[in-house]
Design a protein around this ligand. Structure first.
Ligand SMILES: Cc1cc2nc3c(=O)[nH]c(=O)nc-3n(C[C@H](O)[C@H](O)[C@H](O)COP(=O)(O)OP(=O)(O)OC[C@H]3O[C@@H](n4cnc5c(N)ncnc54)[C@H](O)[C@@H]3O)c2cc1C
Length: 323
């Protein structure tokens, strides 16, 4: 079957990270010459079929069952197991969401297919698929080759691919039968984990103004807030700012915070430590202001401004407001 992407649904739409996973699958398809299909699973997936059909894929496969009304690890893993048995995909691809972390290892155990989680990039070397994931708090990159005859289960890290780059098409739709009985579902799941407790979804923000320790003290925070307001941006921060209590933890970007991929990421007074960078390196454009010309963030920045943020940022906000 080639590549089967499982689309996750979130708040009555297809999860943005699932669209990133489709972009990843399309990249794999270009390099491996395989077709991509997507799977919609649930009790009633009809609200999502039209959107899924608009993707440049072979077909939308639909697996509906009343016992998939609520997420359960047992129900979802058994449903995916049955789909894999019937369709024999070479690769099953998903976004590395909380739900995937919960049930895809179980699918791996049920099917014998190896699971490569949290993949950040993909390449084909001499036609051989190679998946890269980060290890030891992103200090090392590890290249993984899936072998064996069972295919592979792959989850892509947030921002490994851009949802905007998904190619559009007009796909066919097909049902696949699955059978489930209540006894197979032995666990009740609680409400979905909320990435952000503050009602702010940084993962879908288009512009982010991010503040680092270089801001100096809490009383200077309005400088950044003024710039964010002028740009219509969300505010975010590196860990020291959150640890100091100047912003709530759901605004932290990085390995122990959120992964974001805005169109513009404004890093002010942020050095560019790896634990921060893993959370924002998927940004389409990065502007960094730092008084240290050797700051590592400049290796990543599209626009590097060497200087004192306390001088630059207020003037910039004023300029943006008056333009
Ligand atoms: C297990 C673990 C998990 C972690 N998780 C995260 C995480 O999720 N997110 C995260 O961000 N960090 C995380 N960290 C911390 C991380 O290692 C760094 O310490 C942190 O990112 C540094 O934050 P910073 O860049 O704001 O501060 P610093 O590294 O102190 O950098 C401040 C920068 O501001 C510049 N500066 C100072 N004054 C000015 C000025 N007036 N104008 C312009 N520039 C100025 C300096 O030149 C410097 O480059 C984690 C660490 C560990 C060990």
């Amino acid at each position: 079957m080639g590549i089967l992407v499982i689309l996750e649904q979130k708040e009555n739409s297809i999860h943005r990270m699932s669209l990133e996973a489709v972009a990843g699958a399309q990249d794999m398809s270009d390099k491996l010459n395989m077709e991509v299909s997507v799977l919609l699973m649930g009790a009633d997936v009809s609200p999502h079929v039209e959107k899924a059909q608009e993707l440049e894929i072979k077909e939308v496969v639909i697996a509906q069952h009343e016992l998939l009304n609520e997420y359960s690890c047992d129900g979802f893993s058994e449903a995916v197991r049955q789909v894999i048995e019937k369709e024999s995909p070479d690769y099953v691809v998903m976004a590395h969401t909380y739900m995937v972390r919960d049930f895809l290892p179980r699918v791996s155990a049920l099917t014998g297919a190896p699971f490569v989680p949290d993949v950040v990039s993909f390449q084909a070397i001499d036609g051989e698929p190679v998946f890269t994931k980060q290890m030891f708090n992103s200090k090392l990159g590890s290249d993984i080759i899936v072998n064996g005859s069972q295919g592979g289960l792959i989850s892509f890290q947030s921002a490994a691919y851009q949802a905007d780059s998904v190619r559009k098409g007009n796909a066919a739709v097909r049902d696949v039968d699955i059978s489930l009985v209540p006894d197979q579902i032995r666990s009740d799941s609680e409400a979905p984990f909320q990435e952000s407790s503050g009602g702010v979804d940084l993962t879908s923000a288009e512009v982010i103004v991010s503040i680092g320790r270089g801001i100096g003290e809490e009383s200077k925070m309005p400088i950044a807030e003024e710039l964010a307001s002028a740009l219509g941006a969300e505010i975010a921060a590196s860990r020291p700012v959150v640890d100091s209590g100047w912003l709530p933890s759901f605004r932290q970007i990085g390995s122990s915070g959120q992964n974001v991929s805005p169109k513009l990421y404004f890093a002010m007074g942020i050095s560019g430590a790896i634990q921060h960078v893993v959370g924002m390196k998927g940004s389409q454009n990065i502007i960094a202001i730092n008084k240290d010309p050797e700051a590592p963030i400049f290796e990543l920045a599209d626009y590097a401004v060497v200087g004192d943020l306390h001088e630059i940022v207020p003037k910039l906000a004023e300029e943006i407001r008056s333009s």
